[in-house]
Design a protein around this ligand. Structure first.
Ligand code: AMP
Length: 284
């Protein structure tokens, strides 16, 4: 089989988490200092490292079958691209922001105004959808300073914490889209290319395991009903008999964030010898 080609960000916010995810999925590859390409030694996969904002174009042009990029960039590219799998990192929002103490208080107030953004396509679609006629000014970088420079009356920009907006005297009045890193391919790629589903499944198994732990405990057999109510598990807990017929072992997958709630309740129900171990992958 010819190797499947996957384009990855060569630098920036999404670069390291993308490489980490592939390694967690069990792919072996070496990164050279210049990070142009990398061959994966244990799978038919070739990695190409390109600028995050170019990844959509590589995929759309068929230079690669898949890429890892932001959902925001995929939406801005439009066309034939399809977000195949959300990847759980690089979370941010594309928001409409206006000067904190200015006259614009709602989307409707934008009529006749200038809106600066690096996302002209998404912004125009949003304005059209809101029935507002405003001038979209395309800028590359430093979008948030354009109102102070007198170049725009409002901005559409990416935010994660909102601190950059605040520092520039702006406040968000609408969210155009919530974004995170995604595996992206051309429409139909999952059905059309048999090399794609195994990679998607492997990545998904790592994502499904993140934030989850495997929990094991011993308990009195008559505590089972109470324990079941405390830990519903992925598909209910696994229950095993012990040498002592009055005792059972219970195993279950639990959300890490729920441990604080679950452990005291299990102890109160009679569970003991509770072990919590990490999960690497969840293969469904
Ligand atoms: P880069 O400019 O290469 O660091 O990556 C930009 C991409 O990272 C964006 O297109 C988003 O998908 C994502 N991202 C996550 N958080 C932020 C943020 N606070 N600001 C801008 N982009 C972000």
């Amino acid at each position: 089989m010819t190797p499947l080609r996957l384009a990855l960000p060569n630098k920036g916010r999404l670069a390291e988490p993308a490489v980490e995810l592939l390694r967690a999925a069990g792919l072996d590859f070496e990164l050279s200092e210049r990070r142009l390409t990398a061959a994966v030694s244990n799978a038919d996969l070739e990695l190409l490292f390109v600028r995050t904002e170019d990844i959509g174009e590589y995929v759309a042009d068929g230079l690669v079958e898949l890429g890892i990029s932001g959902a925001d960039l995929v939406a801005e590219h439009g066309g034939d691209l399809h977000p195949v799998l959300p990847l759980g990192f690089g979370a941010c929002s594309l928001v409409l922001a206006v000067p904190r103490d200015g006259a614009i208080g709602s989307v409707a107030d934008l009529a006749g105004c200038r809106v600066a953004t690096s996302f002209p396509r998404v912004t125009n679609a949003f304005l059209d959808g809101a029935g507002v006629s405003a001038q979209v000014v395309e800028v590359r970088g430093a979008v948030e300073v354009t109102p102070q420079l007198g170049v725009a009356d409002a901005v559409v920009d990416l935010v994660a914490t909102g601190s950059t907006l605040r520092m520039n005297g702006l406040r968000s009045i609408a969210t155009l889209l919530a974004s995170e890193a995604v595996l992206v391919g051309r429409n139909g790629i999952v059905a059309d290319d048999e090399r794609v589903p195994p990679l998607v499944d492997m990545l998904r198994s790592v994502l499904d395991a993140r934030g989850r732990e495997y929990m094991m405990m011993n308990a009195p057999a008559d505590a089972l009903d109470r324990i079941r109510q405390i830990i519903p598990g992925l598909s209910g807990p696994t229950v095993m008999p012990l040498a002592d017929p009055s005792q059972i072992a219970v195993h279950s997958v639990v959300e890490r964030s729920q441990l604080w709630r679950i452990v005291p309740a299990l102890k109160a129900a009679g569970a003991r010898d509770i072990l919590v171990v990490p999960i690497e992958k969840v293969m469904r």
